[in-house]
Design a binder for this molecule. Structure first.
Ligand code: MEV
Length: 328
């Protein structure tokens, strides 16, 4: 029996980093996915993945989350999420040993929640192979536990969006779907530099300990998220975009932007984006932009591609992690 599961990647429209300290964030699931194909295996969890530029990578993971026979340094962080998910699935529902193939439509370490999406997809795939029912809420909780173990600090944002899909406001453990009057067109552009969430969250935490003013920045981000939520719900995309631009300035003040991300944000704004900002942990990874018109979004992607950045037009996805199909 072969099971295929997909989980959406996500973009944070406002509130990353501040959300770790209890302020709200607004995020959206993207119509861009990771996929996990699983089949019952023998005595370990064999993982194959195409996520690395080194081509196919293979690893064997034991029930207690030890990674054996592993040959890719660049994928160490992603494999740690998978290994922790395997251990959790073994502890929580006695997961059956399985062969897992992991694929993604976007690069790893891009700030698009790839690790959370892979974790959610691996957990659901293992539950399906093991013939166990797990609720979405259990998946969300397990994804967050995996993130906490691997990253040290994590909000509920990525776990919530990859599990439930759509637009979501997250605050602490609580979340609320947002149903906007109008769906925007989104552009995601990759700086070609990796974004390591754990490391960036640690850097911001150190910065916050050293400079008292950083708490004020977090508070301001929290306030702009409240305003953005209302504007998004009302379909006032112009205000949403303006608030994203303000959020980008505050993220730059937290030192999570880079020269490449600044260039991308400027190109996106010059191409007609209503708003453009770093998305996710930053320090590399992606920027996200909001467009009213698809033609402008496509033109922005062409300009960014000519400059050597990987960029694509995407839309919000209403669905969270789900089984796509099964067969033998
Ligand atoms: C990561 O997508 C966003 C951060 O706010 C970390 C988190 O929320 O766990 C940087």
């Amino acid at each position: 029996m072969r099971i295929s599961v997909k989980a959406p990647l996500k973009a944070i429209l406002a509130g990353e980093h501040a959300v770790v300290y209890g302020y709200p964030a607004v995020a959206v699931a993207l119509d861009t996915y990771v996929r996990v194909v699983a089949e019952p295996g023998d005595d370990s969890f064999r993982v194959e993945t195409e996520l690395s530029c080194e081509g196919d990578v293979m690893a064997d993971i034991t029930r207690d989350g030890n990674v054996k026979d592993f040959r890719s340094e660049s994928l160490r962080e992603e494999l740690t999420y998978v290994a922790t998910a395997v251990r959790k699935a073994s502890e929580e529902f006695d997961a059956h040993p399985s062969n897992l193939r992991i694929m993604s439509e976007a690069p790893a370490a891009s700030g698009l929640g790839t690790s959370a999406a892979i974790t959610a997809a691996v957990l659901l795939a293992l539950a399906e192979v093991s013939n166990v029912d797990v609720s979405r809420e259990e998946i969300r909780k397990l994804v967050r536990e995996v993130e906490l173990e691997v990253q040290g600090k994590a909000s509920w944002t990525d776990a919530t969006v990859v599990t439930y899909g759509g637009f979501v406001r997250v605050s602490g453990r609580e979340f609320k779907p947002i149903e906007p009057e109008r769906d925007p067109v989104l552009v995601v552009a990759h700086s070609q530099e990796p974004s390591r969430t754990g490391e960036m969250v640690r850097r911001v935490a150190e910065f916050r300990e050293r400079l008292g003013i950083v708490d004020g920045i977090m508070k301001l981000i929290g306030k702009l998220v409240e305003d953005l939520e209302v504007a998004l719900h009302d379909g006032d995309l112009r205000t949403v975009g303006e608030l994203m631009n303000v959020n980008h300035g505050l993220l730059a003040a937290l030192n999570v932007s880079t020269r490449a991300l600044e260039e991308i944000v400027n190109v996106l704004r010059n191409a007609g984006a209503l708003g453009a900002k770093v998305t996710g942990a930053g320090g590399g990874g992606c920027a996200v932009a909001l467009f009213e018109r698809e033609e402008d979004a496509k033109r922005a992607v062409e300009t960014l591609s000519a400059l050597g950045y990987e960029a694509f037009v995407t839309r919000p996805s209403p669905c969270g992690v789900k089984t796509e199909g099964s067969g033998s």
